[in-house]
Design a protein around this ligand. Structure first.
Ligand code: ADP
Length: 167
């Protein structure tokens, strides 16, 4: 089975990586797909996010990383993939994820969405929280892989957070 894991990944966190690692063991091929969304302000460019994800997944043989714009269902058709995986944290994720999944299903009934629950240690972890901590100089060592930490530190140092979407 080929599966797409779409998201913003701004930046990738240990929560994302955990979903990638666990789901890659269940599928033949996992396509991690960074959404190009011009209406969402981001800290990292799409290329930077793709590069970080490529570096983080370089040793997982069945994972590839790409980006897409437009509707997820159109991207799925383009790459001939009918299954989407999304991570679920607290119940608060559920309503939003359920809505998106049903909307995608309404647009293309062949697309199925699978949900994978987070690990308990990543329950409250989000890219937004990590960015906020980074900007205010707190410690987020346990929340992101080292290479992401280095890029975040550089971004904050360079003032790249000014355009970031924190909330
Ligand atoms: P989006 O803007 O599409 O929600 P995100 O990068 O925030 O993009 O999230 C991508 C996917 O990863 C979503 O399914 C989200 O629920 C999941 N995710 C984010 N953080 C975690 C986490 N800590 N544990 C498990 N899944 C997560």
């Amino acid at each position: 089975m080929r599966v797409v894991y779409p998201g913003s990944f701004d930046p990738p966190t240990n929560g994302h990586l955990d979903i990638i690692l666990r789901s890659s063991k269940l599928v033949d091929k996992l396509v991690v797909a960074v959404l190009k969304n011009p209406s969402k302000k981001s800290m990292f460019s799409v290329d930077e996010r793709v590069d970080m994800l490529k570096e983080l997944t370089k040793d997982i043989h069945n994972v590839s990383v790409t980006s897409f714009s437009g509707l997820l269902v159109d991207f799925c058709r383009e790459i001939e993939c009918k299954t989407v995986i999304r991570g679920l944290r607290a119940v608060t994720d559920f309503e939003y994820e359920f809505q998106i999944a049903l909307t995608n299903k309404t647009m293309d009934e062949e697309i199925e969405t699978l949900f994978m629950p987070t690990n308990t240690q990543n329950l409250w972890l989000s890219s937004s929280v990590v960015k906020e901590i980074a900007i205010f100089g707190g410690s987020y060592d346990k929340m992101v892989p080292d290479i992401v930490k280095q890029k975040l530190e550089k971004k904050v140092y360079e003032g790249g957070f000014k355009d970031a979407r924190i909330h």
